[in-house]
Design a binder for this molecule. Structure first.
Ligand code: ADP
Ligand code: MG
Length: 255
């Protein structure tokens, strides 16, 4: 089967910083794929490149087998296939618009009557455990956890094949982090979406992903099935990431 996302030899520099260097990744369709690495290792840059929001200096990215193209028309078309959930959901919601306006924009893009979008939205909100009343709220009137779920709702409303979530648990209370990951996983299974989860936290990736890569300083240092990868990491860097999460390392036999 064609990969959901293929990255071939991606390279990108910001001045002296090698944000991406020789990055090649194959993300299979229909599974959950993890991208893990310390802060500054290039995870968000790779995500932006996969979305076509960041041009590469060299290399190629294919979405469902089709090479990424620049330009507004290509971006619009791609948005229907791959949807991001950015790290700071509040920042990606327009502060002056009610949530309703944001959701109606999706319907407009899909050329769907507002009533039909609204019907689908109600189903999605229920599934995400959000009250219908959020529709009439402004972004500042909802909590951080709700803002993240609103961002997920908006992404799902597009009916994408691929969802890329950057640090989906960041800023959330520890008690609800696991709930959110389980929710993403349930949705992925029900909708048969390819889910890419980016996190600096190994525990997150280990919990949710089947396959993962470990990034460091713009490079992929290792990758593979999450069980073996995290049970016996070959790279000292991955072991060090583990050492930062000791409870995880000791619980690691469960998987
Ligand atoms: N727009 C930018 N301009 C300059 N440097 C950047 C920019 N975006 C990211 N970087 C740098 O690229 C590296 C990778 O950043 P990033 O992809 O955000 O890492 P991560 O998401 O893993 O924390 C870092 O050194 C960061 O400072
Ligand atoms: Mg990041």
């Amino acid at each position: 089967m064609t990969d959901a996302i293929t990255v071939l030899g991606a390279r990108l520099r910001f001045g002296e910083t090698a944000a991406l260097e020789s990055v090649s990744v194959s993300i299979p369709q229909g599974a959950c794929f993890g991208i893990v690495g310390e802060s500054g290792s290039g995870k968000t840059t790779l995500m932006r490149a996969m979305l076509g929001l960041q041009r590469l200096d060299a290399g190629e990215i294919r979405i469902l087998g089709t090479p990424l193209q620049q330009g507004r028309a290509a971006l619009r078309q791609r948005a229907r296939v791959v949807q991001p959930i950015f790290q700071d959901p509040a920042a990606s919601l327009s502060p002056r618009s009610r949530i309703r306006t944001l959701m109606n924009e999706v319907g407009t893009v899909l050329k769907e009557p507002h009533a039909a979008t609204h019907e689908r939205l109600l189903v999605i909100l229920k599934r995400l455990g959000l009250p219908d009343s959020v529709i009439d709220k402004y972004p500042h009137e909802i909590s951080g956890g709700q803002a993240r779920r609103v961002a997920i709702a908006r992404a799902l409303l597009v009916k994408p094949s691929i969802l890329i979530a950057d640090e989906p648990t960041a800023g959330l209370d520890v008690s609800v982090q696991g709930d959110l990951l389980n929710l993403l996983q349930d949705i992925r299974r029900a909708e048969n979406i390819t889910l890419v989860v980016i996190s600096h936290n190994l525990a997150v990736v280990r919990l949710i992903a089947e396959n993962a890569i470990v990034m460091r300083a713009g490079r992929v240092v290792e990758g593979g099935e999450v069980g073996p990868l995290f049970a016996s990491p070959r790279q000292s860097y991955t072991r060090e990431l583990f050492a930062a999460w000791p409870s995880l390392a000791s619980n690691n036999k469960g998987r």
